[in-house]
Design a protein around this ligand. Structure first.
Ligand SMILES: Nc1ncnc2c1ncn2[C@@H]1O[C@H](COP(=O)(O)OP(=O)(O)OP(=O)(O)O)[C@@H](O)[C@H]1O
Ligand SMILES: [Mg+2]
Length: 457
């Protein structure tokens, strides 16, 4: 559909020449010789863009602008002004005009201005859509939890979201929903329209992480050819999510602590103090108290972060949630794969509830995704489930019975491998180096295998 432009100007010659020019470009044109008629036309069927003269016979352009904006906030309005009216033009910009052009004008300039304005408004609409989608995924609607613990956590999240609380620490095993919590906090407060920026502290070496967080001045180090803003600046008014904070180096921990205490920071190589106006949400699946004892995590930083702690229980510890979460994922993947699998029945439910879910909600999600994509059509049945689920149900929890592998017979080598990796990780409290040593494989291999068997991310 062609975009419609409304031209409001009392000079017939201008209406005509602009009208002709834009018709040639493929736009649909409406015009009005005064404000009243212009507003009437706009109310009847809003144009995509308005070219508005600042001086009109019946009323001034600014009040027409206000009425148009009251009708349709997002419509781009380009003001046309004669020389000497620049003051008023500035006022027009403040009143929400997209741009203004000085008369007499060059047609080319107007065309460019119109194109830019339409492009900008299209982009804004798209962004609005994306934000809306973001919200849909992360509001409490999609964060499922019937259990008393989760209900408590939801209550807490609502309160935190609307408070000024600036540092929050989320702990929980892998796949328990730490990131979901961080986003829920962000979305439920005023910060929801501001950026949510996340960074994984385990993924970058310390110096890089530092400049990612705080930015750097030009020349701060060899590669710093430009000044760069850090996440603390970019997330202004929003949230920084520091994932795997337990992996942050001790020097950077001190720096972060100072930032939290003073509410200011400096870019790397900078001398100016910049204000911090960002919520810091940190997450870890490590036992920070132990890390403190081992000397790898700063006690004082822990207490700063810990002001508002949120501890996510494992899935095994909240069995009531398993059924609603499973059904939630079934409906999600039904949509995605265009299937009509029913909610889970009694048998599958009891298998699920007997299983230990070392990968927590993520494991449940992956399992349902795979079963719906590859196995189930109308209903998810026990035979659609991977063998390790049923084995635990029949033989008790594997980790509790170290010598019971033979009772699992018949079993494939792959299954044995998965079980052994899972057990070793449990035994070493998730310490991958240790587990790899015990299993006699490299950390890299272990990482690949845990991924393959969906024992974690
Ligand atoms: N209560 C829940 N309801 C619905 N979906 C959930 C719930 N908890 C977790 N999920 C989903 O499970 C997956 C894993 O959650 P998330 O990424 O938040 O875990 P995590 O704790 O950050 O894990 P890791 O420590 O491995 O990074 C995500 O797809 C998330 O949307
Ligand atoms: Mg995570």
């Amino acid at each position: 559909m062609p975009k419609k432009i409304l031209i409001i100007d009392d000079e017939k010659a201008i209406r005509w020449s602009l009208g002709e020019a834009f018709k040639n470009e493929g736009y649909e044109i409406e015009d009005a010789e005064n404000g009243k008629k212009g507003i009437k036309l706009f109310k009847k069927d809003p144009a995509d863009l308005v070219l508005l003269d600042l001086k009109l016979p019946d009323t001034d352009g600014i009040s027409v602008l206000k009425k148009l904006k009251a009708e349709e906030e997002s419509v781009p309005v380009i003001m046309m002004t004669a020389y000497g009216e620049v003051e008023t033009a500035v006022e027009a910009l403040k009143g929400g005009a997209y741009d203004f052009l000085l008369k007499p004008f060059q047609l080319e300039k107007i065309k460019v201005a119109v194109k830019n304005a339409l492009e900008t408004s299209r982009m804004r609409e798209e962004l609005k859509d994306i934000k809306q989608k973001d919200r849909d995924t992360y509001n409490f609607k999609n964060f499922i939890g019937k259990s008393a613990v989760m209900q408590e956590i939801f209550k807490k999240l609502k309160k935190i979201g609307h408070s000024k609380a600036t540092t929050i620490l989320i702990t929980g095993e892998s796949g328990t929903g730490k990131e979901l919590v961080a986003r829920a906090i962000h979305e439920s407060g005023e910060s929801g329209t501001r950026p949510f920026l996340e960074i994984n502290c385990a993924a970058l070496p310390e110096t890089l992480l530092e400049s990612e967080l705080f930015g750097h001045e030009r020349g701060a180090f060899t590669d710093a050819r430009y000044r760069k803003k850090g996440l603390f600046e970019l997330a202004e008014g929003g949230t920084i999510f520091l994932d795997e904070i337990g992996e942050m180096g001790i020097t950077l921990q001190s720096r972060l602590l100072r930032v939290i205490e003073n509410k200011t920071f400096r870019r790397v190589g900078g001398v100016k103090d910049l204000k911090v106006n960002t919520r810091i949400v940190a997450a870890t699946n490590r036992d920070l108290k132990r890390a403190i004892k081992e000397g790898t995590f700063r006690n004082d930083l822990y207490y700063r972060l810990q002001v508002i702690p949120i501890a996510l229980p494992t899935l095994k510890e909240r069995k009531e949630d398993i059924k609603p979460i499973a059904n939630h994922f079934i409906s999600i993947f039904n949509k995605e794969f265009k299937k009509k699998v029913k909610p889970i029945g009694r048998e599958v439910r009891s298998i699920f509830e007997d299983y230990s879910w070392p990968g927590n909600v993520r494991e449940l999600k992956n399992m349902i995704e795979r079963s719906i994509l590859l196995e189930a059509d109308e209903e998810l049945l026990p035979e659609h489930l991977p063998p390790e689920l049923k084995m635990e149900g029949e033989h008790g929890e594997i980790a509790a019975e170290p010598d019971s592998l033979d009772t699992l017979f018949p079993i494939s080598l792959k299954e044995v491998e998965k079980i052994m990796i899972c057990r070793t990780l449990k035994e070493t409290n998730g310490n991958k180096s240790k587990a790899a040593r015990i299993l006699g494989i490299s950390r890299q291999t272990l990482r690949e295998k845990t991924k393959l068997y969906q024992l974690e991310s």
